[in-house]
Design a protein around this ligand. Structure first.
Ligand SMILES: [Zn+2]
Length: 148
């Protein structure tokens, strides 16, 4: 799994050596070899100097590229760290909000962990029609606790 790198300690307007940036980011300096090979711009090769703004931009783009949103058939599994299809019969409505969005729960079809997610109304209706959980009607638009 790719480590989440927090780059708040890096300043956009400063220039860093690889060793200095690696120390601030708490990563191995060799990681910069990979990042440079993948497109992180360098100001100079000897010594290797990198703009703070370029480090932040590179890490932001990397983070954005990794984000994968759940489709209407999926809930996010924190155990798998990925969107997963729930075992159909396992999907249940925990509560319905006044907006029509609902808090759903279901078992991950990959690892069996309980997934729990706040879903918009259209997704709730889609999953309800697939799984046989109670459809949400206008009369349900209040906070309701369903059976566990
Ligand atoms: Zn899972």
């Amino acid at each position: 799994m790719v480590k989440l790198v927090r780059h708040r300690r890096i300043r956009r307007n400063l220039i860093y050596s690889v060793a200095e940036a690696a120390r601030l980011l708490e990563i191995n300096p060799k990681t910069f070899d990979t990042w440079i090979a993948r497109g992180l711009p360098v100001l100079s090769r000897h010594p290797r100097l990198i703009r703070g703004a370029d480090i932040k931009r590179y890490l932001d783009e990397r983070k954005r590229a990794k984000v994968r949103h759940c489709t209407d058939d999926e809930l996010f599994c924190f155990s798998c760290q990925s969107p997963r299809v729930a075992v159909p019969a396992s999907i249940e409505t925990v509560r319905v909000l006044t907006t029509g969005a609902a808090h759903l729960r279901g078992l991950c079809n990959h690892c069996g962990t309980t997934m729990s997610q706040l879903c918009r109304r259209s997704k709730v209706e889609h999953l309800s029609s697939c799984s046989g959980t109670p459809q949400i009607s206008r009369s349900d638009i209040k906070i309701i606790a369903f059976q566990e």
